[in-house]
Design a binder for this molecule. Structure first.
Ligand SMILES: C[S@@+](CC[C@H](N)C(=O)[O-])C[C@H]1O[C@@H](n2cnc3c(N)ncnc32)[C@H](O)[C@@H]1O
Length: 274
């Protein structure tokens, strides 16, 4: 009989090929098991200035949402702040497999992750909805002159235009302001939350606040996804939350971590178990 470990490594290989990410390990409650040395680049990214070169050729731009997403990846403003195409594919696949009715996203930015999530939601049962939260004021601060370059009066107006061209506007509710305050005030009690993607304030306090804000609505069996879990991404918060989960949310989550191609900013999937 084939040893179990070889079965796992074969399926892991298949998974890596499918979504361009691979499993680092599974742990319950306290991960602490992340590799000692994270790798910032999983393969050579010399000279990369936008994600477009990583956009899968097999995604058909005749689909409006794919054309809109591709146009976003053409923009220098979405590199590297937006999720990479491979991290987006992973999000898209998670949504399709988990089949949530309600998804929360913190950190809309220019709506790259919003496109991946909302397009997957649209392929599910009618009525599935994404609540996306952002202060909608970071663009000019990070990229002075960006709004003029994007030809939009505001970051929010740009996002609304992109989602409209993608045919996804109806599926997404955009909420301006601090994400944790927005989540607490949103009417999520009735529907509950089955998946939350946290990608807004990346400080330890910010990620902890978002987690605490979404927890009252998050179903048992629901999922949290943290982006930028590798400290080499330049962000401390997501790693802090993973490493301190036993203090922040003892016994409430199972955790799986992933490298994300081609720059390993890292992603973690937390499943609520208690
Ligand atoms: C890394 S970007 C998100 C990228 C986006 N998920 C994507 O894939 O394109 C982070 C966003 O979080 C927003 N943000 C930061 N702190 C926030 C807060 N406290 N509340 C709401 N949004 C916040 C910023 O305005 C910025 O647009």
């Amino acid at each position: 009989m084939r040893p179990l470990s070889s079965v796992f490594s074969r399926s892991r290989e298949r998974f890596r090929n499918a979504v361009g990410a691979y499993m680092l390990g599974v742990s319950r409650d306290v991960p602490g098991s992340h590799p000692a040395s994270f790798r910032r680049a999983l393969r050579s990214t010399t000279g990369m200035t936008r994600w477009l070169d990583e956009f899968p050729a097999w995604l058909n731009p005749a689909e409006p949402w794919i054309a809109s997403l591709r146009a976003l990846y053409e923009r220098p403003q979405t590199y590297p702040g937006s999720v990479s195409p491979q991290a987006g594919l992973l999000l898209h696949a998670l949504v399709q497999n988990i089949a949530p009715r309600t998804v929360v996203e913190t950190g809309t930015y220019l709506s790259v992750s919003t496109h991946w999530i909302a397009a997957a939601l649209r392929s599910l049962a009618p009525g599935a909805h994404l609540w996306s939260f952002d202060t909608f004021d970071a663009l000019e601060w990070k990229h002075p002159g960006a709004l003029a370059a994007l030809g939009a009066p505001s970051q929010r107006a740009f996002v609304e235009g992109a989602l409209g061209r993608a045919g996804l506007r109806e599926i997404v509710t955009l909420t301006a302001g601090d994400s944790s305050a927005g989540i607490a005030a949103a009417p999520l009690r009735e529907c509950g939350v089955q998946l939350a993607f946290l990608d807004a304030d990346h400080t330890p306090a910010g990620v902890t606040r978002d987690l605490r804000a979404v927890e009252p609505w998050l179903d048992i069996g629901g999922y949290l996804v943290l982006h930028d879990t590798n400290p080499a991404s330049g962000h401390e918060g997501p790693r802090y939350v993973l490493d301190n989960l036993s203090a922040i949310a003892a016994g409430r989550y199972e955790v799986v971590e992933y490298c994300t191609m081609p720059l390993d900013f890292g992603m973690a999937v937390l499943r609520r178990v208690g």
